[in-house]
Design a protein around this ligand. Structure first.
Ligand code: GLN
Length: 239
């Protein structure tokens, strides 16, 4: 089996180290004997539509707005997702795949609309610090950790499922059903989160969930070092 992972614009959306998510997916796929190609797309290059997993990272408001306009003009990411590709998008990337968000001048603009999530700016303090969530899916290790650093608050559309629920930190920043604070989004093969880290380094189970969305059930693989790192963060932040 083969897998194409497309890392989008990490020179615009790599401020927080989220480009490392690609290396984790490559490593964990290869460990299962999957043949992986990592395609690097820099700004102004066409976005291929034949990828299996597309990765977007976080960035400041200016580069985020530039990346959104380039992705909109290019159309490749939207076409790929409409044909069934997976997306793992972090922070600025999560915001720009939603329906509406503020641009670098604070004016509300349309996002790519791949998921029904609207991001707004309020005069509340910036969300900065460690984030601990309980992942919504049934997996062996549902507690996940990351580092958040964002001004935007994201509101999920009615019935849209978050990636998880906040145990500690801010996450999407707005209460959901029954005052539970949602974090990120997970609809079909589209994942969004505020967790930097990179998130997939700190949460191997989440990396496997993204891979399984693209490849189907995976063979057992335990990376002792990755598991020890993830466990150290979990037990320190959510004892
Ligand atoms: N510019 C966005 C915000 O502050 C995203 C920040 C980020 O990607 N860390 O909300």
């Amino acid at each position: 089996m083969s897998l194409t992972i497309v890392r989008l614009y990490h020179d615009l959306l790599g401020t927080y180290g989220d480009q490392g998510n690609a290396e984790v997916l490559v490593h964990r796929a290869q460990a299962r004997g999957i043949d992986v190609e990592l395609v690097e797309v820099t700004p102004h290059e066409p976005v291929p539509t034949s990828g299996d997993i597309y990765l977007l990272g976080g960035g400041e408001d200016g580069p985020q707005t530039v990346a959104l306009e380039m992705l909109r003009t290019d159309g490749g990411l939207t076409a790929a997702v409409n044909s069934g590709a997976s997306v793992f998008a972090v922070c600025a990337g999560f915001q720009l795949i939603g329906t509406r968000l503020p641009n670098s001048q604070g004016r509300t603009i349309d996002g790519l609309g791949l998921v029904d999530v609207e991001t707004i700016y309020t005069d509340e303090p910036r969300c900065v610090g460690e984030l601990v969530i309980r992942y919504s899916q049934t997996i062996t290790q549902p507690i996940m950790t990351g580092f958040e650093n964002h001004q935007g608050r994201s509101v999920l559309g009615a019935g849209v499922t978050p990636l998880g629920h906040v145990l500690s930190g801010i996450g999407n920043g707005r209460d959901g059903v029954d005052c539970v604070r949602p974090e990120g989004v997970h609809v079909a093969k589209v994942f969004g989160t505020y967790m930097h880290g990179p998130a997939l380094v700190r949460n191997p189970a989440l990396a496997d969930a993204v891979l399984e969305g693209a490849c189907g059930p995976l063979a057992e693989y335990v990376d002792e070092f990755a598991e020890a790192l993830a466990a150290e963060r979990r037990t320190t932040l959510w004892p």
